[in-house]
Design a binder for this molecule. Structure first.
Ligand code: NDP
Length: 495
């Protein structure tokens, strides 16, 4: 096992003085509060990033507002699309540099960084670029009676909401950041992004590439920090919309605060406790491979990942045996080692949180495999399989956001809707079966924003994504995002 070599440009970037990206300028942080960026695979500090002060936050929002009414408003829709496509080209051209940077900050395996943070980011950007020329209103035929020969016409326009504040999490900071950038820019909005304090670096580099792609200064700004930067953005009177991805408690605060600030629009994507149900005819190898691939990818730190699995009682043992057999053999190690499957958790608070769930599982549930931290520097834990001690087991209800899948046997398929819906969340769910009739009958009964059959977690730019219940408000992707980034203006004409 050996690590890939870091590119010289990655080393050079890490050595820079990091802070923010405001009005087209990279701004270092020479004074004030700073945050150390820790490589979760080693526990070592790899860079220092300055926190934005109130004046810098204000400058970023004002730059975004100027660009909204100025340079970005002056671009034609096809030009916006062309710029986003060039941005995608540059992300790919700098793919290895971006992937390495993100792996160093997040602990994500280099394969995942290449595939998702780089590859998927480019794919999503190109999809959104195509929308730039297709955001239109409708024409209506009013029925007003004509008293003196006059006539009436009406149409609607889709107008960009304005400056968007995007609060980006640490699990897929580049890809989720790009989702927010692409949706805002293609609709004609401008943006201030606030990355997670754990993973700010790659987005800063991305902002430079955006300028190189032709995004005018001020259209995309980035402010960093920890503690109250996000909150100041939400409160800012010139922010027209907030898009937040993260935890339920913080999402609730963001939503309430935005409403109180200015009736500011909000979209929230808040994670889940996603259920998977194996129906009696399920294919063992296919289901186990699919659930392992999606349940433990990036150590389970994926909002859409399956965390609880319902299995026919008679087949629980064979499922657990196959599952744990695969996991016990999976190589764990440095995410910069291309032969490794499992890297570290992304940061210390997440590591502590997962250790807390292990403790709970040892005390209250049955651990089939895993359940321990690795005795090495960094935040490594074993991929873990747990059997719940009943439907009320907290591991079936609390989002772990870690490499823990909790199983519960069931006796009758009719129990599944109640079991699967027994959660405050409703982001994703899956059913594993080739029984079409059963699948079609279950689909309307499951409370989830996305329901998968014989798969889980896959996100495609053409398919709307978002949660119901405590998993959030609003939809990304497809055409659904347009509603959230535009105002609908009605125009009526008498002639
Ligand atoms: P949080 O949900 O607490 O989000 C932290 C981010 O929110 C920071 O950027 C912070 O910025 C900002 N923030 C906090 N308060 C406000 C506010 N009032 N207004 C605006 N922004 C605010 O995430 P954590 O990183 O603490 O992760 C905690 C848990 O969240 C994880 O364990 C996991 O369960 C879940 N999670 C879910 C994700 C998902 O994809 N849905 C992704 C990542 C985590 P500032 O410090 O400047 O206030």
């Amino acid at each position: 096992m050996s690590e890939i070599s870091l590119l010289p440009e990655v080393r050079a970037f890490l050595a820079r003085d990091h802070g923010h990206f405001i009005d087209g300028q990279y701004i270092g942080g020479t004074s004030g509060l700073t945050t150390p960026i820790v490589n979760p695979a080693t526990g070592e500090t790899i860079a220092i990033v300055a926190a934005a002060d109130a004046a810098q936050i204000d400058a970023a929002v004002n730059a975004a507002r100027r660009a909204f009414t100025g340079s970005w408003a002056a671009t034609l829709p096809y030009q916006r699309g062309a710029i986003l496509n060039r941005f995608a080209d540059l992300i790919e051209a700098h793919g290895e540099e971006l992937a390495q940077l993100e792996t160093l900050c997040s602990g994500k395996s280099i394969h995942l960084s290449r595939m998702f943070e780089v590859g998927q980011s480019a794919i999503f950007l190109r999809y959104y670029a195509g929308w730039a020329t297709k955001i239109n209103g409708e024409t209506m035929s009013p029925s007003f009676p004509s008293l003196m020969g006059e006539q009436y016409a009406a149409f609607t326009r889709r107008e960009p909401v304005g400056v968007v504040a995007g609060i980006v999490p640490w699990n897929f900071s580049v890809m989720i950041g790009v989702w927010k950038i692409a949706a805002a820019l293609t609709t004609g909005c401008t943006l201030v992004l606030k990355p997670s304090e754990f993973t700010p670096l790659t987005l800063l580099r991305l902002a430079e590439l955006a300028i190189e792609a032709g995004v005018p200064a001020g259209v995309l700004n980035i402010v960093n920090g920890q503690g109250n930067v996000g909150s100041q953005l939400v409160d800012h009177p010139r922010v027209a919309k907030v898009t937040f991805t993260g935890s339920v408690p913080t999402g609730l605060k963001v939503g309430q605060q935005a409403m109180a600030a200015n009736l500011t629009r909000v979209t929230l994507e808040l994670g889940g406790k996603n259920a998977a149900a194996l129906l009696p005819d399920f294919d063992l190898q296919g289901a186990v491979a699919g659930l392992i691939q999606t349940g433990y990818v990036h150590q389970g730190q994926v909002c859409a990942a399956p965390e609880r699995v319902y299995v026919p009682r008679a087949r629980l043992d064979e499922v657990l045996e196959t599952f744990s057999g695969v996991l016990r053999g999976a190589p764990i190690g440095s995410p910069l080692d291309e032969s490794v499957q499992f890297g570290p958790l992304a940061n210390k608070p997440q590591f502590d949180k997962v250790l807390g769930f292990f403790e709970k599982a040892w005390a209250e549930s049955r651990i089939v495999c895993g359940g321990k931290a690795l005795d090495r520097p960094g935040y490594f834990v074993e991929p873990t399989v747990v059997v719940a001690n009943g439907a009320a087991d907290s591991l079936l209800h609390e989002e772990t956001f870690g490499p823990i899948i909790c199983f519960l046997p069931y006796d009758d398929v009719d129990e599944l809707p109640a079991l699967m819906n027994d959660s405050p969340f409703g982001l994703t769910a899956s059913i594993w079966t080739n029984d079409l009739s059963r699948a079609m009958r279950l689909i309307p009964q499951i409370e989830a924003g996305t329901l998968y059959v014989n798969m889980h977690t896959f996100l495609d730019p053409s398919v709307p994504f978002g949660g119901i219940k405590a998993s959030g408000i609003g939809r990304e992707f497809g055409s659904a995002f347009i509603d959230d980034y535009t105002e609908l203006k009605s125009v009526m004409i008498r002639y």
